[in-house]
Design a protein around this ligand. Structure first.
Ligand SMILES: [Zn+2]
Length: 63
């Protein structure tokens, strides 16, 4: 008898890959700063949207 052999059925569990709804949305130049809500975003020299008021920086791509 091979009772000491654990018989584990291989169950493939697929988690729900739900993308959590965040307030991350594509920003563009001229948009209201999502952080302070006062400044208007504008591109700096590295094509990153920055807020002149609070210094919020938004790079072009999310990870
Ligand atoms: Zn700001």
């Amino acid at each position: 008898m091979d009772e000491d052999k654990p018989k584990k059925p291989f169950v493939l569990e697929i988690p729900n890959l739900e993308v959590p709804l965040t307030d991350q949305k594509p920003l563009k130049a001229g948009d209201r700063c999502p952080k302070c809500g006062e400044g208007k975003l504008d591109y700096d020299g590295t094509l990153s949207l920055t807020c002149p008021v609070c210094g919020y920086k938004e790079s072009g791509c999310f990870t």
